[in-house]
Design a protein around this ligand. Structure first.
Ligand SMILES: [Fe+2]
Ligand SMILES: [Fe+2]
Length: 382
């Protein structure tokens, strides 16, 4: 493909991204118009990436340069440049493996009012960065996102989570398809927050100070999963998927009546069976959901299985529980004990730690539990 053709593809890409950003601001990030325009933008991006190893859009003053070729001005291009300025973006690099959901996440974050949510972040195949004026090339390692991570706060992720989950729950209750852009954004923001803290895992400090923060169970499990996964060397796409699996692991609970979920007394065997069904129902719901990693389906199904082969749902002999499900089981167990339940208050850390030790090797994987206690030990004073 000639440079002229790439330029045409990119002009069209810019047009659809700008339109999608405008629609997301005007309606909602999950509006079907935003989905459609994002899909159109993705098609043009893919066409451009078929001809180039990567696409770099670089802002030089008020001009946008695509792979070293300046783009001709248009109304959409001017709007796109304005977005770059507003969000502090100096370059955007798209790699050939870029996925539609990554582009949708980018569109959603570009549409948000600044100060409302975490800044625009890089993803696995879309990098945001600064211009290295000295040699006119892009330094992929020095991203604007890295600097913006300094502004990420637990409260901002919490706010974003509430906003996104309100929509996801709405869709799940009616068995409708939900968009993955917001879910991806929460996981990316959490991963970036971890990276900013350079392994000190201060996010866990915040999580342990439960009175100050009101994260939901899903986000707690997500953060605990990311902490565990990172500590055993899981990175990149798999790390992201482990976070998504955590956020969605209990989605099947939306099919269980609230009076059963919140019942303070003992449950009948029928009620218990309905609660147990949340694993299978969740997996079934997620199975055909566009953009949901298969790991999330597996994790929804398996997260109440136990290391010693008990738990639910019942599976055939020799079934091997996925590592992500085992990680989630540890996070889930911890968070269930640490938070207030309808039938009891939150337990002290020392009590929870003792219960984790007891569950190690029976309910929970012994090495993962030991590692989890080690992570917690580094992040608690009591
Ligand atoms: Fe569950
Ligand atoms: Fe759970």
């Amino acid at each position: 493909m000639s440079e002229k053709n790439i330029s045409t593809e990119i002009q069209n890409f810019v047009r659809y991204v700008v339109s999608a950003v405008a629609s997301a601001s005007l309606y909602s990030p999950e509006h079907r118009q935003v989905h459609r325009l994002g899909g159109e933008a993705f098609a043009f991006l893919q066409a451009a990436l078929a001809a180039e190893e990567e696409i770099v859009l670089l802002l030089i003053e008020d001009e946008l340069v695509c792979n070293k070729t300046p783009l001709d001005g248009s109304l959409y291009l001017r709007k796109f440049i304005k977005i770059f300025h507003e969000k502090g973006i100096e370059h955007l690099k798209f790699l050939p493996q870029v996925e539609l959901e990554e582009l949708r996440s980018l569109i959603v974050s570009l549409s948000r009012q600044s100060g409302n949510v975490p800044g625009v972040c890089s993803s696995a195949h879309i990098h945001l960065g600064r211009l290295d004026i000295s040699n006119d090339t892009v330094e992929a390692g020095k991203s604007v996102a890295e600097e913006k991570k300094a502004n990420l706060s637990f409260e901002e992720i919490s706010r974003l989570e509430k906003e996104v989950f309100a929509e996801v729950y709405e869709c799940a209750k009616e068995n409708k398809t939900f968009g993955m852009a917001g879910i991806n954004e929460i996981v990316s923001a959490s991963i970036h927050a971890f990276e900013k803290m350079a392994g000190s895992l201060r996010l866990l400090d915040k999580l342990l100070a439960l009175d100050e923060y009101t994260f939901t169970h899903s986000t707690n499990v997500c953060i605990l999963n990311l902490a565990q996964a990172k500590s055993i060397g899981i990175e990149g796409r798999l790390l992201h998927d482990v976070g998504i699996a955590a956020l969605l692991h209990d989605i099947g609970k939306l099919s269980v009546a609230e009076e059963i979920l919140l019942k303070p007394g003992a449950l009948s065997s029928e009620e218990l069976e309905m609660i147990h069904q949340h694993t299978v129902r969740g997996a079934h719901y997620l199975l055909d959901m566009p953009g949901v990693p298969k790991l999330a389906v597996v994790c929804s199904f398996e997260h109440h299985m136990k290391y010693d082969g008990t738990g639910y749902p019942e599976v055939s002999m020799g079934w091997s529980q996925n590592l992500c499900s085992q990680i989630t089981a540890v996070s889930d167990y911890f968070d269930a004990l640490r938070t207030n339940r309808s039938y009891r208050g939150a337990l002290e850390y020392s009590t929870v730690a003792a219960m984790l030790v007891e569950a190690s090797g029976t309910f929970l994987h012994p090495l993962l539990t030991r590692n989890f206690l080690y992570i917690l030990g580094r992040n608690t004073v009591n």
